[in-house]
Design a protein around this ligand. Sequence first.
Ligand code: AMP
Ligand code: MG
Length: 339
Amino acid sequence: MKTKIIEIDGIAEAGEIIRAGGLVAFPTETVYGLGADAMNGAAVKRIFEAKGRPSDNPLIVHIADKAQIPLLAREISGDAEKLINAFMPGPFTIILKKQANIPNEVTAGLDTVGIRFPAEETAAAFIMAAGTPIAAPSANISGRPSPTRAEDVISDMDGRIEAVINGGSCGVGVESTIVDASGDAPVLLRPGGVSLEMIREIVPSAYADKNIMKTASDDERPRCPGMKYRHYAPKAQVVVVEGERGAVQDKIKELLSENTGKVTGVLTMYGNVYDSPVMICGGSSNKEYAKNLFAALRDFDKLGAEIIFAEFCEKDGYGAAVKNRLYKAAGYNIIHCEK
Ligand code: AMP
Ligand code: MG
């Protein structure tokens, strides 16, 4: 099977592929998703095969109309309703108790379902064209950085899926914020473009899960199954060097001089003061860094970097989202620099 690249004017065809049980990768404001008809268990199963994704890691169901929420979820609390009104459509996923007709393949047997309403127009048009909710994880091979450009989807998925809709670069660049609103107080399970502070302005009792910045241990059953797995890893080793500008730069210079035998890369946010064969600018704000991060990790691989030093400092509302992805990409190999 050759994967077809569909341009924006071919969205009707993408909808037909979904209705026939096929797989279509599509752009959203967060990252590219790998979609199948959420109501077709056999089609959803193919997503797991295409990605090499463990079957106990559930998928998010994407909608293009809030009227679809009660068809997918039961028991929508007052707090859940406030969050839906505040953040949907947008880079935000809400976990609610599921309706019985959602196939088990989507929810990995859980009693809950993750629902997202993307703001990106191409995504919404695609979901409308399919005429069914779309189950979709990120469109990468499991464990690799999420794709934020159509070419990244092709490099992982060519020959494994029917089509990809080419929508250029994703605006947010990291996956959606996930909030579990199926219990008493809402719990942040994954940071993203909607920050905990923004959520607390709507529901002050909301809090972050304790596993948010670390890997849940094997014997634990994490609330968000995705927490268990290594994520976002390029081929190169990644080391996060975080802290104040001068201290971070001095430390990276020292690390570069210790690694002259390797092809080194630096992911910068403070500017290029280094002598390293590969250098990519992440951006000077966390918002820019979020948009560029996954593409940068993939580009380091293409440029042959063997070890990447990533500058990092938490600066704005996107800080937690970037930190969560960077820490995972680095396998928690973090150097904290004091002044
Ligand atoms: P991905 O888009 O590839 O990051 O995958 C979707 C993420 O949503 C995974 O980390 C899942 O664990 C998480 N997720 C989806 N549905 C649920 C659910 N019902 N409860 C908790 N987490 C979920
Ligand atoms: Mg993913």
